[in-house]
Design a protein around this ligand. Structure first.
Ligand SMILES: Cc1cc2nc3c(=O)[nH]c(=O)nc-3n(C[C@H](O)[C@H](O)[C@H](O)COP(=O)(O)OP(=O)(O)OC[C@H]3O[C@@H](n4cnc5c(N)ncnc54)[C@H](O)[C@@H]3O)c2cc1C
Length: 326
């Protein structure tokens, strides 16, 4: 792998703005994210909520804001290393190497950590046999709709993602059953209404206790949360949508100064380690606000300071973006 000028850990709003700004300043950029898609909390936690405090947008849906930030953040073609969690840091003097959980070794001159509350991982159901069938019948969210073509699909969850996918896959799956541990849902009322009026079945007050199959998943043991009785449920695929967990995890072992699950920075957003910056929700300093509007400013500052380390002749202030030739 090539050594890049800056590696950004976390492709949420602040990481994306850092990538844009670094591109603007002519730096080569890599973004690492543990999730399969960019957007951070906007996409993982609240895609359908409105955000009211973005400059220039009186009201914008989180997923639309994420889409625009992704377009802006990738316009200088950063290298994207998705579904990889930054795990180990090796200090090589004039550069660092970041090792990921998938075995990639990524050399970089500087690092901007925009890891939010930490690497997001989908929450598992905790059923017996779950790990054995991951990718072979058990899916967390939907990456490729076609997998479910003509399949008997069980969707687990009671939030917007579960309901959106129940409707989104109805046209291609042979059958869909939504399994939820109670009869109260977090999804929007209109999504619930749509699913109730569709061909999707619901099994309420059930949890998945065991996943069965030989080479391929072929059924589930469900437990009734009220009676504790169990039953076999025949299906080909399970799509789990019960949220995400986050953890700073391995970053805690990098020798960074951490306070309350955040990385301590100075007024240049520098950590205690040379050429490593932290911005956005993960950064900790006096009067810190965990907001996108403030986090993206931190990202621009960190990029400009990193630029002066890479090129001591470079100015800190890059001029205005509106002065660029198009
Ligand atoms: C329900 C809700 C509503 C909100 N509403 C608003 C609002 O209206 N206005 C507002 O300004 N803010 C709002 N926020 C807060 C806002 O979303 C955050 O401030 C913002 O997302 C922080 O951006 P970030 O780039 O710092 O981190 P995040 O968005 O958290 O992104 C961090 C990314 O880093 C990745 N990552 C972490 N560790 C690693 C690792 N080791 N390796 C690889 N990848 C890693 C994660 O997978 C994640 O994708 C809201 C938050 C929530 C939960």
């Amino acid at each position: 792998m090539n050594t890049v000028d800056v590696t950004i850990i976390g492709g949420g709003p602040c990481g994306l703005f850092a990538a844009f700004y670094a591109g603007l300043r002519g730096m080569s950029v890599r973004i690492i994210d543990s999730l399969p898609e960019l957007g951070g909390q906007l996409m993982a936690l609240y895609p359908e909520k409105y955000v009211y405090d973005m400059p220039g947008f009186p009201k914008v849906m989180a997923k639309d804001l994420a889409k625009a930030m992704i377009e802006q953040g990738t316009q200088f073609h950063p290298k994207l290393v998705l579904e990889n969690t930054a795990q180990e840091l090796i200090d090589c003097g004039d550069h660092y190497i970041i090792n990921t959980d998938k075995g990639l070794e990524l050399p970089t001159k500087t690092i901007i950590i925009s890891a939010g509350p930490g690497a997001f991982q989908p929450t598992k159901i905790g059923a017996v046999g779950e790990d054995e069938f991951i990718g072979n019948g058990v899916h967390y969210g939907v990456r490729d709709r076609s997998i479910f073509t003509n399949k008997k699909l069980a969707i687990v969850g009671g939030g917007d993602s579960a309901f959106d996918w129940a409707m989104g896959l109805e046209d291609i799956a042979e059958s869909i059953t939504l399994i939820h541990r109670r009869d109260v849902f977090k999804a929007h009322e209109d999504s619930i209404e749509k699913v109730k009026n569709s061909s999707v079945d619901m099994k309420l007050f059930f949890v998945v206790k065991e996943i069965h199959g030989d080479e391929k998943l072929n059924g589930l043991t469900l437990e009734n949360t009220q009676t504790k009785e169990t039953e076999f449920f025949d299906c080909d695929e399970v799509c789990v949508n019960i949220g995400f967990k986050s953890s700073l995890g391995p970053l805690k072992d990098w020798g960074l100064e951490i306070e309350k699950n955040q990385i301590k920075v100075d007024n240049k957003f520098e950590t205690n380690l040379p050429r490593i910056f932290a911005v956005g929700d993960v950064a900790s300093y006096d009067s810190k606000l965990k907001l996108i509007a403030t986090g993206v400013g931190e990202a621009a500052t960190a990029v400009c300071i990193a630029k002066t380390y890479l090129d001591p002749e470079a100015k800190l202030f890059p001029g205005h973006s509106s002065d660029r030739d198009h």
